[in-house]
Write a protein of this length. Sequence first.
Length: 172
Amino acid sequence: MNQGKQASNRLSAPDFWRWVALAVLLIGLDQVTKYHFNTVLQYGQRMNLLPFFDFTLLYNEGAAFSFLAGADGWQRWFFTVLGFVASALILFLLRRHAAQRRFSLALTLILGGALGNVIDRLQHGHVVDFLLFYWNNAYFPAFNFADICITVGAILLLWDELARARRVRAGS
């Protein structure tokens, strides 16, 4: 192993714990917002803020866009295990690449969001959603802070991969 690689690995331990701390903060923000809307609103209630946006309280027993929400209950444990497996993989990747800021930020956002929704599944048996965008009779499925983290993380992950591919092409 060369000296630059060793220096990078030495720097990654503190960086790793910073990423983990950020993920814990994101999980906390997610849980606080879900708790708030779960106590302030009744199920199905909507609080209009803009002509295209409401706060609401809905429960999702499935995954994104209510995928498998109508299943017989096995999906709760499937998505919980999937969340834990994805989180373990993300922690492994964070440990190895903690000094790569954009990549690590993307993973951290996904980690925080995934675990935020796993906590809901374990605690309630469903995910608490409270953000609802719509226009006339067209609705985007309700979502939450954890879903925003996962989405932004996925976008950053794609951006990072495109930037990496561009660097590789430029170097060849």
